[in-house]
Design a protein around this ligand. Structure first.
Ligand SMILES: [Zn+2]
Ligand SMILES: [Zn+2]
Length: 183
């Protein structure tokens, strides 16, 4: 290959990279209109795909840019199509959270059964059934006390699990910052 040919090739490559920008998350080149600048980062770090930003948010669970510390401005657009939904997950991968998650699921099945008994057969029969197993003494009171405590504890876990699930299964739109910060 002649040196003129080599020069032409690098020139056309330069032209191509001047026209298309790179997404800093997936590193793919793309047209300007497919990318947004959600934060104060400039230059090669400025541009991202909306879908890449949403994916990053799902993994990292943060709306702050790791580089410039600017908060991304995002808007929740309701839930994704149900085919894309994921299963609810424990709050973290630690064994305590995994255990809490499993217990919370069992607990909600148990409460659903209690609730069914309460609605279908009335409160009297439900209380009688519990005292039939535990008697009327200390054990009975202890059981209802721990029932109330479990209710509070597992409700707060289920609340966080559902909250995370909604965050992970929502569609988002992200605000482009280009106009705001470029003078
Ligand atoms: Zn991308
Ligand atoms: Zn940034």
């Amino acid at each position: 290959m002649t040196s003129a040919g080599a020069y032409e090739r690098t020139a056309s490559e330069r032209l191509r990279s001047a026209r298309s920008l790179q997404c800093r998350i997936c590193l793919a080149e793309d047209e300007k209109q497919n990318l947004i600048s959600p934060c104060k980062c400039r230059g090669t770090q400025a541009n991202v795909h909306v879908s890449c930003l949403s994916h990053l948010f799902e993994i990292m669970n943060t709306t702050t840019c790791q580089v410039c510390k600017e908060e991304y401005v995002m808007e929740r657009k309701g839930l994704k199509a149900w085919r894309e939904w994921s299963w609810p997950k424990p709050l973290s991968e630690s064994w305590e959270d995994e255990l809490d998650f499993r217990c919370a699921v069992l607990w909600s099945l148990f409460v659903a059964r209690m609730f069914y008994m309460f609605v279908a057969r009335g409160p009297t029969e439900m209380f009688e059934k519990v005292s039939g197993v535990l008697g009327d003494g200390k054990l009975y009171n202890f059981w209802w006390t721990s029932f109330a405590l479990n209710m509070v504890y597992y409700s707060s876990i289920l609340y966080s699990v559902v909250d995370n699930w909604i965050a992970a299964n929502s569609a988002y739109s992200w605000k482009d910052n280009k106009g705001k910060n470029v003078k």
